[in-house]
Design a binder for this molecule. Structure first.
Ligand SMILES: *Cc1c(COP(=O)(O)O)cnc(C)c1O
Length: 221
């Protein structure tokens, strides 16, 4: 099956309200263009340098999502074009995004990344840290950030119970944060969870945005 067939198969499999982010990290531009030519417009990258290099070479109507750990010194290169930064995990990072976005009078869509997996190598906030950010005066003064929801990566496992517990927890964070801080904000709608191995379960648990790489670009099925 071709890249385009893989995308079609996933799109046919997911509800219409769920966005498919094609994770093109490590893939060359020629490969990504195959997906683009099949109609895919939303792509995800996890390294700032790669994203910036590819964006310059690819069609301008691509919506790029950043899904990796972002260093503040790379923010200024990304802010002019990025559709969504899914991996915000500190107030320091938010401040820099806001500062760079203010310079060009843009608003940047962001998700708060939560740590939901049992592995402790994965980045992300816990509820206490997220609340500290959301309740800070400096956050309240940011005019160039739109917090659109939450993001998380589950443990790398095929144990369905573990996955459901972790995805369910992210959904709970989303619901609590929405009720407490964003009840009158139309834009707080996104729960980004689910990858090649677990996206069906993630959707059953409430995902609105799945990030799929291997199944699109490296699958022999
Ligand atoms: C690589 C990556 C994905 C996609 O993983 P696959 O298993 O290849 O689908 C999703 N989210 C993040 C944050 C990633 O780094």
């Amino acid at each position: 099956m071709s890249i385009q067939d893989h995308i079609k198969k996933i799109k046919d499999d997911i509800p219409e309200h769920v966005r498919l982010v094609a994770v093109s990290k490590t893939k060359p531009v020629e490969t990504i263009i195959e997906a683009y030519d099949g109609g895919q417009r939303v792509f995800g990258e996890n390294k700032a340098q790669d994203l910036i290099a590819k964006q310059a070479l690819m069609p301008a109507d691509i919506q790029w999502h950043f899904i990796g750990h972002l260093q503040t010194n790379k923010v200024k290169y990304m802010v002019p074009f990025i559709e969504m930064i899914e991996s915000v995990d500190s107030l320091k990072l938010l401040k820099e995004i806001n500062k760079q976005a203010a310079k060009i009078d843009r608003k940047v869509n962001c998700l708060l990344q939560f740590h939901i997996a049992s592995e402790d190598t994965k980045f992300g906030l816990d509820m206490a840290k997220a609340e500290e950010i959301l309740e800070s005066e400096v956050f309240a003064s940011m005019k160039h950030i739109i917090i659109c929801g939450v993001m998380g990566m589950a443990t790398y496992t095929d144990d369905e119970a573990v996955l459901r517990e972790e995805f369910g927890r992210l959904k709970t964070y989303f619901t609590k944060i929405k009720a407490k801080y964003f009840s009158d904000h139309q834009s707080f709608t996104e729960i980004s969870m689910g990858m090649s191995g677990d996206y069906q379960i993630a959707i059953e648990e409430g995902s609105t945005n799945i990030r799929v790489g291997t199944l699109i670009f490296s699958s022999n099925i």
